[in-house]
Design a protein around this ligand. Structure first.
Ligand code: NAP
Ligand code: GDP
Length: 325
């Protein structure tokens, strides 16, 4: 089988951030869904294997495994409220991690790296839908500018790396991701895992569910297992250095209020639902186009939102004691 860059023969895929939401989903798809291929060896790293903020540790773990391919997921990740608190940490941690990983991949001769951007890094003032050409068109939303600029620099690194060395180091741009193994921390996590955890507690304690903000902002959500399947396709078949948005369609975008109502339904919550408008709404929307993706994969389908959400809620309840929260 020929992989992008003309690579044939054994493929050793190193996944940084292999213990997180997206990393666990890729593990599931490769191992339990049987979508790994015979010629592929998969290695999933966590921060216990190496602190990727440190170049020597990064170099050592790359020298140890000598991957031919890398899926680079490791990052400091958090929801709106954590981003607002520590923009400097998001900027520094992610800039160091990304530079170390991309440089270490080059040093061991990896032929392909797929890194991970996010639709929240796009300019705040923009036309919709957002597409792949618009990443650097203006400042990101002020709530997460540290994370956003650090992520944007991956695209700069990839283009320069292609110009100087001809490497196919590329990036994907997912919308808000959710699924099993997410970070369900109320204070630090993203909206869906936060709402799932808050609804679970409200149910248990007989209290109202408090949704933060007005509920009017809009988001596109992608299920981690759908995203994981797309990662395999990008790794094996996508040949561009330019990034690609991995998203459900624009028509699948929902308001935070609709998302909260869907969580309430999934967990069969019977209590009152309140909106705390003293809390930030963050970016109003970041509606992304998946036209480029559909040009490559015209028959692509996604797990319906309500089904994916129900599966995630069921997973959280079943794994409450050990879930990240
Ligand atoms: P996550 O669940 O928080 O996982 C983060 C992963 O990065 C974990 O495996 C963590 O290892 C690892 N990591 C963090 N700091 C590290 C360090 N200093 N050294 C080594 N490893 C480190 O995040 P995720 O949601 O799966 O995100 C994966 C990627 O998708 C990230 O690049 C993120 O920016 C991107 N993304 C996420 C979303 C979303 O909604 N979640 C949306 C768009 C893009 P430990 O488990 O050992 O801590
Ligand atoms: P974003 O998509 O990058 O802005 O990050 P989030 O996934 O944290 O989503 C933030 C949006 O969800 C904002 O409009 C928040 O006001 C709203 N929201 C409502 N309740 C919660 C909650 O419990 N946690 C979080 N993180 N956001 C919430």
């Amino acid at each position: 089988m020929e992989y992008p860059g003309g690579h044939t023969g054994a493929v050793k895929v190193l996944v940084t951030g292999g213990s997180g939401l997206v990393g666990k989903a890729i593990q599931h798809v490769v191992k339990e869904d049987g979508q790994g291929r015979e010629e592929e060896e998969w290695i999933f790293l966590s921060s216990k294997d190496a602190n990727l903020m440190n170049m020597e540790e990064t170099r050592a773990v790359f020298q140890k495994h000598k991957p031919t391919h890398v899926i680079h997921l490791a990052a400091m990740v958090g929801g709106l409220f954590k981003n607002m608190r520590v923009n400097l940490d998001f900027w520094r941690n992610n800039v160091f991690i990304n530079d170390n990983v991309l440089q270490a991949a080059h040093e061991v001769g990896a032929v392909k790296v797929v890194s991970c951007l996010s639709t929240c890094i796009f300019p705040d003032k923009t036309t919709y839908p957002i597409d792949e050409t618009m990443i650097h068109n203006g400042p990101p939303h002020q709530s997460n500018f540290g994370y956003s600029y650090a992520k944007r620099m991956i695209d700069v690194h990839n283009r320069a790396c292609f110009q100087q060395y001809g490497h196919c180091y590329t990036a994907v741009i997912p919308t808000n991701v959710f699924g099993p193994h997410d970070n369900f921390s109320v204070e630090d996590g993203h909206v869906l895992p936060g709402l799932i955890h808050k609804t679970y507690l409200a149910q248990k304690e007989g209290k109202p569910l408090v949704v933060w903000g007005s509920g009017t902002p809009r988001r596109q959500f992608i299920y981690s297992l759908d995203l994981a399947r797309l990662f395999l396709w990008v790794l094996r078949e996508y040949n561009e250095v330019d990034p690609i948005i991995l998203s459900v369609g624009e028509e699948e975008e929902v308001s935070i209020k609709e998302a909260a109502e869907a969580v309430v339904k999934s967990l069969d919550f019977q209590g009152e639902v309140l909106y705390d408008t003293s809390k930030s709404d963050g970016q109003f929307k970041k509606t992304a186009s998946n036209i480029k993706l559909l040009r490559y994969l015209p028959n692509l389908t996604f797990t319906p939102f309500t089904q994916a959400l129900k599966d995630t809620c069921d997973w959280f309840v079943a794994n409450y004691d050990t879930a990240r929260k």
